[in-house]
Design a protein around this ligand. Structure first.
Ligand code: OSB
Ligand code: MG
Length: 366
């Protein structure tokens, strides 16, 4: 196939409720939806998930826009591509910038699926029609508010809840949730808010039967995580640390974690994500699918990806009504018995609303 042009639509979505993590509070998200067009007029969509500020990882919406326009688009437009697996190699000369790469690469997988007239689920050898999903709850102002949120999530049908934590909003919060929900699959995500000096406090979290503790330390640390994993019964899961298969290998060999939160955009796209799934499967590492507050475009992809046999643990892929006042796609993802149906139309199987379709601008090298 030959890629003729790449356009994008800048979307601004308002969260239903502001989301607080250990590094800040967000009330809206700017999202670029990339559209890749082939010589037959097929269109594939990819979502740029990077945030405006470099507080989750280094990459931002603005750095990614620049890399896409200056480096990635020129490596794709008017090029012949046999299979989207090739894109990984084509982007190899560009270091890092995984979310930028993912926005372009995932759009190419979508246009490829559409050419082949198959669903993304089929292209990825997905086996499930519905995937179990969980919810990630931000840090709340007090414990009663958190308990109300957890209750609402359980009532809605979520069977797995992730709590964002930070020093001062951790032990007592988790304790209260565990007391009120003794059977709930519960986990905590610190987004790098702790250091090895907090070892003793973190060890106390072993009392709460957490399925896992996500990313307690800095994203460049592997050694302290290994020390903590040795000292804790709770499974440590790495998120921000993991950008490449080499990172997974390092974490595995050092014993820095027993679980990986895999996000397609954080590792540079579907090709690299498949490599990581493969490695984890061979090594017996528990891998599950994380989220980045994707719009319906990225959410559809996450559902298709999580429909692969390798994923059994519920991902951070909530229903549409958990995130935005209004999404940019026509379809809605609905929670039914703790699961969401995997789209089965061709490609991603979702459609941009007309106001966003109309608003496409060609990306040219700047
Ligand atoms: O650390 O997993 C994280 C959202 C944005 C950035 C980082 C994270 C998250 C989430 C929510 O936890 C995942 C989701 O529901 O999309
Ligand atoms: Mg995380």
């Amino acid at each position: 196939m030959r890629i003729k042009r790449i356009t994008k639509c800048e979307v601004n979505l308002n969260y239903l409720t502001p989301f607080q993590t250990s590094y800040g509070t967000q009330s809206e998200k700017k999202i670029d939806i990339l559209c890749v067009e082939d010589e037959l007029g097929n269109q594939g969509y990819g979502e740029l998930v990077a945030f405006e500020t470099p507080d989750y990882i280094e990459e931002t919406l603005y750095s990614a826009r620049s890399i896409i326009a200056r480096e990635l688009v020129p490596r794709i437009v008017e090029q012949t591509i046999q299979h989207p697996q090739e894109i990984q190699t084509r982007f190899q000369p560009i270091k890092g910038n995984y979310m930028a790469k993912s926005a372009v690469e995932t759009a190419i997988w979508d246009v490829y699926a559409k050419r082949e007239k198959i669903s993304m689920k089929q292209l990825l050898n997905g086996t499930k029609d519905r995937v179990q999903v969980g919810i990630s709850l931000g840090i709340q102002k007090d414990i009663p508010t958190l308990l109300t949120k957890v209750q609402a999530a359980v009532t809605a049908g979520y069977t797995r809840v992730k709590l964002k934590i930070k020093p001062g909003a951790d032990h007592a919060y988790i304790h209260a949730v565990r007391q009120n929900f003794p059977e709930l699959l519960l986990m905590a995500d610190a987004n790098s808010a702790y250091s090895i000096n907090d070892l003793e406090q973190l060890k106390e979290l072993d009392a709460f039967d957490l399925t896992l503790l996500e990313q307690p330390f800095s994203s460049s640390d592997f050694l302290d995580h290994a020390h903590l994993q040795q000292e804790m019964a709770t499974t440590i899961c790495l998120d921000e640390n993991i950008r490449t298969v080499a990172d997974v290998r390092l974490a595995h060999k050092l014993g820095s974690c027993r679980s990986i939160n895999l996000k397609i955009p954080r590792v540079g796209g579907i090709g690299p994500a498949l490599d990581i799934v493969n490695y984890c499967r061979k090594q017996g590492i528990m891998v599950w699918l994380g989220g980045m507050f994707e719009s319906g475009i990225g959410r559809a992809l996450n559902l298709c990806f999580a429909s692969q046999a390798a994923f059994s643990f519920p991902g951070d892929i909530s229903a549409s009504n958990r995130y935005y006042k209004e999404d940019c796609i026509e379809e809605k993802f609905i929670l039914e018995n703790g699961a969401i149906r995997v789209p089965n139309g061709i490609g991603l199987g979702v459609h941009l609303k007309p106001e966003f379709l109309r608003n496409q601008n060609e990306i040219r090298e700047k």
